[in-house]
Design a protein around this ligand. Sequence first.
Ligand code: BG6
Length: 516
Amino acid sequence: MVAGTHGFQPHNPLCEEDTPPNQAAPCVVVIFGASGDLTRRRLVPGLYNLAREGHLPAHFCCVGFARRDKDHGIFRSEMLEGVREYSRSQPVDANLWSSFQEQLLYHRSNFDDDEGYVRLGRLLKQLDSQFGTQGNRVYYLSTQPQYFPVIIERLRRHGLIYDAGSETDPWSRVIIEKPFGHDLASALELQSHIGHHLHESQTYRIDHWLGKETVQNLLIFRFANPIFEAVWNNHFVDHVQITVAEDIGIGSRGNLFENQGILRDIVQNHVMQLLALIAMEPPGNLSAEAIRDEKVKVIESIAPLSTEDLDRRVIRGQYGPGYVQGESVLGYRQEGDVSEESAVETYAAMKLYIDNWRWAGVPFYLRAGKRMPKRVTEIAITFKAPPGHLYDCGLLNNVLAIRIQPDENIALKINCKVPGQRAVIHPVKMDFRYNASFGGSQQEAYERLLWDCMAGDSTLFARIDEVLSSWRLLSPILDHWKSKKPDSWPNYAAGKWGPEEADAMMFDGGRRWRIL
Ligand code: BG6
């Protein structure tokens, strides 16, 4: 068993017996930006569930670092509210909470205030003796991106980030929330700032989608089932569609979204990760580096988009007022903190080609949008039609549809004879459902990723070259859009599947978006 391979162990009890998982080591987790939504919605409920299932290290505590004035008691009661509202396990176990909350502390400071880091250093030492956390640290940066270099620089200046040392030294790791840069140039700049203070092995760039069970299963599905791998190439595959549709709008994130748009918010990270996992070559082993090497190779093999491609093969859109799930909803430009003339896209679709032996000639269609009719993330592999004319009666192509969320499942559409005298053919589905096979409550992505970081496994985090190669591909799109203001927006109503141009792009290739 190679060190750091816990990320992709199959749920096969036989395999688990052979390969005991890594251990989460004693540590203090310091969350920067602890007053924000992520801490109470995902991070603390995630830690609570790790505690509930006995996965937290025995020697552990968590410090919330933020600018607002509050004491430990207020912080704890806010976190309890968060756990009550967002934890996957309900109701909250009162006994467990009363001991767990003792391990939650609050530290008030501005992110650029040196004195705050001096006090943090003293607090951490005291916590080491109180909780036996042995000097090990996870720093979780859940702040606005402009603070990432500020915080990392201060931590280093005050001796709170150590050199990447040997296995037995105390360690410090930094989890950095997305977005890592807002284009290629800014990602390079951010990396050059933090690279002075932090070794790559200490840098955990989080893309929480990699912690989702269904996303982790992609590699196991592909490389533990050779029957699929044999047809996973341009001899058999007609095209691939990746859809990330959300029915929600942008909620209270108007300000943030105005500076991002869907390409930065979802495509550059979540969609590109799905594409890499579905298209990569088998890794030489299951180590973090081997898996990430293959992901980088496939992103780097995507053919760059020419100016003509940028017009024809990349579509953007913005929703106007409409109806979602029967409810009337505002258009994007009417949402809070959004400009009435906003040129920010809430929908993006594109057709890409991966220029390697396996995939040459196979179009990959990607689409992501807010305020679509429903929440659904799916990867669909459409296979080629059978050769010849044996059954010349409008056979549908085989489709393997991997539903990432919700109602996680994998379904293969095949053609089948309808019972009866005549050879009537009808498509049917072979369907595997996660719930039916493994039961309901799955570990949450943040829970899994926090645990992996405490265990020193970076498999499910993005390495710098992955992030840069994705920006290298997508930055020209952003530049192109900046130079050409969209006219006649909004171009799709909330509750529709995006603008007509996206359908036209599909028809051009003689295909259609899947009806989901
Ligand atoms: C986040 C995006 O990374 O992912 C959000 O910023 C999006 O815009 C969210 O809604 C979707 O993730 P999940 O896990 O809620 O499906």
